[in-house]
Design a protein around this ligand. Structure first.
Ligand code: THU
Length: 134
């Protein structure tokens, strides 16, 4: 199944509505396409102990891996103040590293910027990524 960028961004926005962000009031949603064509969504899950927060992208990766899916075709991410439409939210450093474990360098990372799709690749986000084989 092929997914266009606008649809992926909308799925990320839908997942964003489930964000649990009572501390930062910054809600993030992600939608990851598995190689099998299935979608895995995620939102950020905060905690009173701030170091326990889980980002939306890692929630999506964990859901997919828990279902046996380790290969991906694209990810869409949107973020912003709770209650507003999500926009530009480039993945944090930890999420870049976690995504790099499973995603090829040419995989599209679809963001939204000023309301429009803005696509990068994993290689753009994490050049010279650590890899035990290089
Ligand atoms: N957050 C994400 O979910 N993904 C990112 O890539 C950046 C940050 C979340 C973590 C925290 O709940 C909130 O955004 C504010 O940092």
């Amino acid at each position: 199944m092929e997914w266009d960028y606008q649809t992926l961004l909308q799925k990320a926005e839908d997942a964003r509505r489930n964000a649990y962000a009572p501390y930062s009031h910054y809600a993030v949603g992600a939608c990851l396409i598995g190689q099998n064509g299935s979608l895995y969504t995620g939102c950020n899950v905060e905690n009173a102990s701030s170091g326990c927060c889980i980002c939306a992208e890692r929630t999506a990766v964990a859901k997919a891996v828990a279902e046996g899916v380790h290969a991906f075709g694209a990810i869409a991410v949107v973020g912003g103040e709770t209650g507003e439409q999500g926009d530009f939210c480039p993945p944090c450093g930890i999420c870049r590293q976690v995504l790099a474990e499973f995603c090829p360098k040419d995989m599209p990372v679809v963001l939204r910027r000023d309301g429009k799709p803005f696509a990068l690749t994993m290689g753009d986000l994490l050049p010279y990524a650590f890899d035990l084989e290089t």
